[in-house]
Design a binder for this molecule. Sequence first.
Ligand SMILES: Cc1ncc(C[n+]2csc(CCOP(=O)(O)OP(=O)(O)O)c2C)c(N)n1
Ligand SMILES: CC(=O)[C@@H](O)[C@H](O)COP(=O)(O)O
Ligand SMILES: [Mg+2]
Length: 637
Amino acid sequence: MTRPHTPILDRVDQPADLKCLSDAELSQLADDVRAEVISAVSETGGHLGSSLGVVELTVALHAVFNAPIDKLVWDVGHQCYPHKILTGRRDRIRTLRQENGLSGFTKRSESNYDPFGAAHSSTSISAALGFAVGRDMGQPTGDAIAVIGDGSISAGMAYEALNNAGAEGRRLFVILNDNEMSIAPPVGAMSSYLSGLYANTPLGLFKDMAEGFEATLPGPLRDGAKRARQLVTAVPSGGTLFEELGFSYIGPIDGHDMGQLLSVLRAAKTRSTGPVLIHCCTTKGKGYKPAENSADKYHGVAKFDVVSGTQHKAKPNAPSYTSVFGNALTFEAQHDNKIVGVTAAMPSGTGINILADALPKRVFDVGIAEQHAVTFAAGMAATGLKPFCAIYSTFLQRGYDQIVHDVALQNLPVRFAIDRAGLVGADGATHAGSFDIAYMANLPNMTVMAASDEAELMHMVRTAAEYDDGPIAFRFPRGEGRGVDMPERGHVIEIGKGRIVREGHDVAILSFGAHLGECLIAAEELEANGVSTTVADARFAKPLDRGLIHQLARHHKALITVEQGAKGGFGAMVLHDLANQGAFDRGLSVRTMTLPDRFIDHASPAAMYVDAGLTAVDIAATAMQAAGVIGKLPHLG
Ligand SMILES: Cc1ncc(C[n+]2csc(CCOP(=O)(O)OP(=O)(O)O)c2C)c(N)n1
Ligand SMILES: CC(=O)[C@@H](O)[C@H](O)COP(=O)(O)O
Ligand SMILES: [Mg+2]
């Protein structure tokens, strides 16, 4: 593959090297970095659009500030590829998101230029304020700079941080990277507010700032310039929300104009004593036409052809769980006008876009605001509506107190559609859906299901739609289904009832969720070793199918539970039940197979499950060991 010609970038190993470059060379460096990002991501896939949008900003920040003593905190971290290239990781940039390669996000263990890890949004201002306090209390820390996007600033945490930072009044820089995009076009009043801030101030008016900050400030009627001068003169005038919160506001500025960026950052660095917000306007996908022209601005892409922009996506063998969910929900909603869908800035990721296309008035995209999404759904449920709150397992963690306090405690029938359950692959540990079984199943009133295939998912959507007695959750993984036959419409499953999928008499494997396929493969291998194996699909972690568990416990030597989730989940529930029914007193041999008690690094999902010890071989080996059978696993080993 031809590598781009990058003469200036070739002279840069560390941010310190930028200090030797002229402003004109810094502009050329940005061009080189952009070419390198496009080339690298074409080979790895990843979050291209966001990274392309901050190329100039990244170069300017590293030219003006002094990382790693100054702390550059990237919100989400999905836009940090230019930062990685400039901070000693260029030699590994083509390993992005690959097994044993660079993470797709900032990660403390990867580089001391990543002072704070991320991947979930809206944490940067809080973390940067923490660094500012550390600095002021004598810790070896320089300036703290948070870079946060217009999508990410919609989350509650960002306001909690602005509120605190404004009151603290410490020197702190927040760069608002406003590209008028989240993953989807941004939603909400804050987004409109930000657009309004620069609607009447063409960015071109700030061009002169490239030649000198103070001397060339545009006229007094231009709000952004007025505020920039206010920073310089320290005369407060108020006006923007950020100023009301105690920040100096500068902007809007053109985030692709190196001259403007350098002037403003240098002035802010030299003069500010308190918190400053620099409103920087950028274009997601900047400088790569296929990205700029696409509806999602190439937010997240597969490997692609650089010339055409065509992505190399593998042909699916079965529909994705997400699309099965979206279609099933739409079908149910067409039959029940109380059903509504809620997403927190992930309409296509969750399949809620399918419902939105069919019934737009029945869908609510609340922005990146999972906590609000949950309580908002609870409010709707209290009126008799049937909200389906569709949130990835990992992001639902944000809304946990709301699940406990607003939903479960009040026994409100919110339906939680938990996508990306289990290990998700290239996004890695930050995005793994590891904990939801444990954190949902321990809640009074909550019903917890997991789909073992796409047909089961349809049944669970229907079951949830018709279940009104309290909150109910169903989880399903990222990616395609198992290719099973699907009904036209799901049927209602009896609450708390699992099913036997295969009958045997030595060992029972009780699967919860989408690892059923691996359990069935393991059963074949066990059979080949003379171990007759039952496989059951538990369907419910709560309420447990106690009758099924008793039956398996009584009629087998060993019982193995399998789940795509952390310890403390389904297996733990089964252990409690077995202990309390005295199964161990009768000598039953039990093993629980869960994700291990550690975070698993990014790789393909299959490789991550190997790392986790949750393959079909692992299941078969565990079952043989539990049953006291010595043998080999010829086909799998
Ligand atoms: C808590 C949380 N919810 C949802 C997401 C998924 N997510 C990742 S990036 C993103 C959009 C962020 O938009 P913005 O901050 O404007 O950055 P841009 O992608 O435009 O550069 C979303 C919704 C997340 N990472 N964290
Ligand atoms: C950065 C982020 O949080 C999202 O862009 C995420 O990577 C999307 O994941 P999916 O590809 O599984 O929708
Ligand atoms: Mg954005």
